[in-house]
Design a protein around this ligand. Structure first.
Ligand SMILES: [Zn+2]
Length: 104
């Protein structure tokens, strides 16, 4: 158990104590819970944003691959490929917008 000096009377007080037992002065609480929570939230936001961006890029890549495969014959395959590219673009754009909205 760590001890800290009371800022008012200099008495040794446990860091877990809410107030100094000698003079009753409120103690500064080192709050590892609060400081630990914030970066986790930011990281979670960042990760989901990154996941959606990756999903968008994957869809665009898939669309281009579909276009390349069906490029010669055209028709439905090319349309599916173009749809995938547009969908991927939308997902990526939405991810960027969400990231911008949550960080701004
Ligand atoms: Zn005190």
């Amino acid at each position: 158990m760590a001890l800290q000096k009371c800022p008012d009377c200099g008495h040794d007080v446990s860091t877990r104590a809410q107030a100094c037992p000698n003079c009753g002065a409120p103690m500064m609480q080192p709050s590892p819970a609060d400081s630990a929570k914030k970066p986790v939230t930011i990281e979670r936001t960042g990760k989901s944003y990154k996941a959606w961006t990756i999903a968008g890029i994957a869809l665009i890549t898939l669309g281009f691959l579909t276009c390349a495969n069906y490029g010669a014959s055209g028709g439905t395959g090319t349309q599916v490929g173009i749809s995938l590219i547009i969908l991927g673009g939308l997902v990526g754009l939405l991810a960027q917008a969400t990231g911008w909205w949550q960080h701004g």
